[in-house]
Write a protein that binds this ligand. Structure first.
Ligand code: GTP
Ligand code: MG
Length: 304
């Protein structure tokens, strides 16, 4: 299956709801101002955000007044074009080359898909001929370390780990040292999304970041935040909080396959302006797709 088809598959729920609503609003009638208000509501119901829905509607109405929009097909095509313009500025792939080791610090609240995403990204690097090492900085649960090891085994790569409950920053330190000693291309650090209540998650993550940058100037080169699309508006709040504390350099949006609210990518792109590196559309290795604005916008609105 090609990438566009995979994204389309992943966005089925979002697309079907959006298209059904638009078709129901239009129903073969000539368009008027009210139709556009209703389409704006349909966008907001897909979690497209009030501000971005308004921007889209203003642009669509202009095109309608110039006579470019008459049918549902015109609406879908023009909306996809306008969505692409909003998403284009955050289309920026994760760097694959550069100074070794390339260190990725992965962040995100619990359950969003960090560990799974790390495995998928590690596979992409491995497939590109890079050597990869993983650091098990989620020491909150023993199962978290084991989960990372299971993925690593499937990829035939190593994991740097300490015991459950140990200091995550110490694991990060050892991981960096190991990556230097072994000369690996890429080090990916897994972290916890939740800690014992006494410890503040952001402070802990800052500490890991500090430890890494102290060892290697300019590292971690990627502060990768994973957000879960099924969390909708909450994911936007999480992204703001993490970004304020840690200067996120890239985003992965997971579980787009499990929601009709894929429109939330619009306010994320519009308000945060952080590069979206990948989108997750399933639980398997190859269910992580490099983000492109054109594929995403088409997948949101076009069946064929
Ligand atoms: N449908 C779907 N499920 C996903 C996706 N990404 C991850 N998952 C699932 O989400 C669940 C949680 O994934 P993890 O990778 O363990 O999440 P985590 O952020 O590491 O969780 P903690 O370590 O508990 O903080 C697992 O069942 C994954 O298979 C995705 O893109 N789509
Ligand atoms: Mg995890």
């Amino acid at each position: 299956m090609g990438l566009l088809d995979k994204i389309k598959n992943g966005l089925t729920k979002t697309r079907e709801q959006l298209i059904t609503r638009i078709e129901w609003i239009v129903q073969g009638k000539p368009l008027n101002e009210d139709s556009f208000d209703e389409i704006e509501e349909a966008l907001i119901l897909a979690d497209a955000g009030i501000e971005t829905a308004e921007i889209l509607m203003t642009r669509l109405k202009e095109r309608w007044k110039r006579g470019h929009i008459k049918t549902t097909e015109d609406i879908k095509r023009c909306m996809a074009e306008e969505i692409e313009k909003i998403l284009k500025p955050v289309e920026s792939p994760m760097p694959m080359d550069g100074k070794r080791p390339f260190i990725i610090l992965t962040l995100g609240v619990n359950g969003v898909g960090k560990t799974t995403t790390i495995a998928k990204i590690a596979k992409i690097f491995c497939d590109n001929g890079k050597s990869v090492l993983l650091g098990a900085c989620d020491t909150f649960r023993a199962a978290a370390i084991e989960q990372l090891e299971v993925w690593a085994k499937r990829l035939n790569i190593d994991v740097v780990k300490h015991k459950e409950g140990s200091d995550p920053a110490a694991v990060a330190y050892d991981s960096v040292k190991a990556s230097l000693a072994r000369g690996v291309d890429v080090l990916i650090l897994d972290t916890a999304g939740r800690l014992h209540t006494k410890t503040n998650l952001m402070e802990e993550m800052k500490k890991i970041k500090r430890v890494v940058s102290k060892e290697i100037d300019g590292a971690p080169q990627e502060i990768l935040l994973v957000v879960d699309a099924t969390n909708g508006q909450n994911a936007i709040i999480q992204a703001k909080t993490f970004n304020d504390a840690l200067n996120v350099t890239g985003l992965v949006i997971t579980k787009l396959d499990g929601t009709a609210k894929g429109g939330f990518i619009l306010p994320i792109a519009h308000s945060l302006k952080i590069p979206i590196r990948y989108i997750g559309v399933g639980e398997k290795f190859d269910d992580l797709i490099p983000f492109t604005a054109s594929y995403f916008s088409h997948a949101m609105l076009e069946n064929g």
